[in-house]
Write a protein that binds this ligand. Structure first.
Ligand SMILES: C[S@@+](CC[C@H](N)C(=O)[O-])C[C@H]1O[C@@H](n2cnc3c(N)ncnc32)[C@H](O)[C@@H]1O
Length: 215
């Protein structure tokens, strides 16, 4: 897949190619989800919203960590919503998980509904960011948390697919952006490691999570 098409598929996975991209993401983003789950310390009865959930194979992990959660997901890709529904039938039937095919510019929820909003590898696509960040702020309870999982600019800007359709951030830029829209930094976690690519080259990966609080 050429870099422009890949960037578009990462922004909004569509069709059979989008489903294949989502499967690759499951492998490449597994460590970022692990870091995120370490950062958020889920509480019993928390109401969680995840935006941009992809094919949603990670949803059971929330309930393994905290069985009494209520989790809601929003993704604007019809194909990802269908995949995620098929991958989580039991959680949906038992009403622990609700999935919506919606854009984060227009979240179908009342104000102050969620304790925590999670967005992994989504911040790059929120353009312009303020529209999305205001909606996320609106649906969070006072003092509610927002966890952003991402790869900092210096670690991914050399990759051809990030050269278009992505907004990349360094950690201090992302913190400043969130502060501008009435969030306060709680903690930041980073893990760097090397991985062998399919062509036997070594990849340097940096997983970063920023946890902020609604003020
Ligand atoms: C790169 S994928 C990340 C999927 C998964 N979170 C992961 O880390 O593997 C980005 C996802 O965010 C969704 N997305 C991007 N912008 C969105 C928006 N404005 N509203 C809802 N979903 C969005 C895309 O459809 C896609 O499923």
């Amino acid at each position: 897949m050429d870099p422009i098409e890949l960037s578009l598929q990462l922004k909004k996975p569509t069709g059979e190619a989008g489903k294949e991209v989502a499967k690759v993401l499951n492998e490449s983003n597994h460590t970022l989800y692990q870091l995120a789950f370490e950062s958020i310390n889920l509480q019993k009865d928390d109401k969680v919203l995840e935006i941009g959930f992809g094919n949603g194979i990670h949803f059971p992990e929330y309930f393994r960590l905290q069985p009494r959660l209520s989790v809601t997901g929003v993704d604007y890709s019809i194909d990802m919503c269908e995949e995620a529904k098929a991958n989580n039938e039991d959680l949906i039937t038992s009403k622990k998980l609700g999935l919506y095919c919606k854009d984060t510019t227009d979240l179908p929820f009342s104000d102050k509904r969620f304790d925590l909003v999670v967005a992994l590898n989504v911040i790059y696509f929120l353009d312009p960011p303020e529209v999305h960040l205001k909606e996320i702020h609106r649906v969070l309870k006072p003092g509610g948390l927002f966890l952003i999982g991402y790869r900092p600019r210096h670690s991914v800007e050399h990759l051809a697919f990030t050269k278009q359709n992505f907004i990349l951030y360094e950690p201090d830029e992302l913190t400043a952006l969130l502060e501008k829209y009435n969030f306060e930094k709680v903690r930041a976690d980073t893990k760097s490691y090397q991985k062998m690519a399919m062509d036997d080259t070594i990849l340097n990966i940096t997983d970063s999570c920023l946890l902020v609080k609604k003020v």
